[in-house]
Write a protein that binds this ligand. Structure first.
Ligand SMILES: NC(=O)c1ccc[n+]([C@@H]2O[C@H](COP(=O)([O-])OP(=O)(O)OC[C@H]3O[C@@H](n4cnc5c(N)ncnc54)[C@H](OP(=O)(O)O)[C@@H]3O)[C@@H](O)[C@H]2O)c1
Length: 305
């Protein structure tokens, strides 16, 4: 099969190329999915899990991408809950070969059914931002109706999803970003927008939750705008700071069939939309992920027409 591979840990994305790989086999409780649409996170090549298996053994060259939508073509020993020919979407294991390929083996529990009226590109684009925003806001952030949430990077891929989900949950949503992100953040549903280029973060009055996508200095300074007893949840790695009476949580998104099912229901109801910036073929994927090609929104690889 055709697949994108990462060939050199030191070279990161510069070592990305299109190659021929053997088709994967379904292990116990796996399915093999024929991939129709896939996506990866831009900085995946720098993650240790891209280069080793769960036992820490080198797995160079690896297939990147952990977001997919496609059709089940094989069932592993003992696999239940999904069937041959079924449309599915979901998030695959960080330490296995991924989804920028014609076929991928994935644990069935990581996938949810994709309804027939939802395009594969939309399914693939929903997985990572949808699960990350959901888990950050509601599981780790404990956001409730009537609360105020500050969403950093509100015009970005995960941030725009967090804005939509928080608003629907009845929260007051303040988005942040660069000055030119204002309209995009408001269009996704932010009640207010705070331009980090021209405003002082410290001018924001107390919020119940900060949903952070930056870590670093902005996240540290954001601790100062959380009310006593509030939370700061970040998806960009540990923050080297603490604040009395604020719980700081950094987490990595997990697969969840129930959450995927709820997210896709909201897409079909017209309450949630994905933030797709670019759709390219597998043949054009290497060029599309060139770090110099900076685009707004998610790059989706349409593996099968
Ligand atoms: N922990 C997890 O489970 C998890 C899951 C998904 C993603 N992530 C991580 O989360 C991060 C965000 O992912 P994403 O896909 O949402 O990225 P993204 O689409 O690039 O979103 C980031 C947004 O923030 C903006 N931004 C960046 N630096 C800024 C600054 N200094 N001031 C103002 N705005 C700024 C970006 O604008 P520009 O494009 O103009 O820079 C963009 O709109 C990445 O590091 C990713 O690896 C983690």
């Amino acid at each position: 099969m055709k697949a994108i591979i990462l060939t050199d840990q030191a070279a990161e994305m510069a070592g990305m190329k299109l190659a021929e790989r053997p088709e994967p086999q379904a292990g116990i409780n796996d399915v093999v999915v024929q991939v129709y649409a896939a996506a990866m996170t831009g900085d995946e090549a720098s993650w240790p899990s891209t280069w080793v298996d769960r036992a820490g053994r080198d797995r160079t060259s690896s297939v990147p991408g952990h977001e997919l939508a496609g059709v089940v073509t094989a069932l592993g020993y003992g696999t239940t809950g999904l069937s041959l020919g079924q449309r599915v979407f979901g998030l695959t294991d960080w330490t296995r070969d991924g989804t920028l390929a014609e076929y991928v083996a994935v644990e069935a529990r990581n996938l949810a059914p994709l309804p027939g009226d939802v395009d594969f590109t939309v399914g693939a684009a929903l997985v990572m931002p949808g699960l990350t925003a959901w888990q950050g806001l509601f599981e780790h952030g404990r956001l409730r109706a009537g609360q105020t949430v500050l969403v950093h990077g509100a015009a970005g891929i995960v941030g725009s999803m967090a804005v939509q989900l928080a608003r629907q949950a009845g929260a007051y949503v303040i988005g942040t970003g660069r000055a030119f992100h204002r309209q995009t953040a408001l269009d996704f549903g932010a009640h207010d927008f705070f331009d980090l280029e021209n405003n002082l973060l410290e001018d924001i009055s107390e919020v119940d939750l900060v949903f952070d996508v930056f870590a670093g200095e902005i996240a540290k300074r954001s601790l100062g705008v959380v009310r006593a007893g509030g939370r700061l949840v970040t998806i960009a790695g540990p923050i080297d700071a603490t604040a009395a009476n604020t719980l700081v949580i950094d987490f990595v998104v997990e697969p969840d069939r129930g959450q995927l099912t709820e997210l896709i229901r909201q897409v079909r109801d017209g309450r949630l939309r994905t933030h797709i910036g670019n759709v390219v073929t597998l043949n054009d994927a290497v060029a599309a992920f060139n770090p110099a090609m900076r685009i707004n929104g998610k790059t989706i690889i349409r593996v099968r027409p």
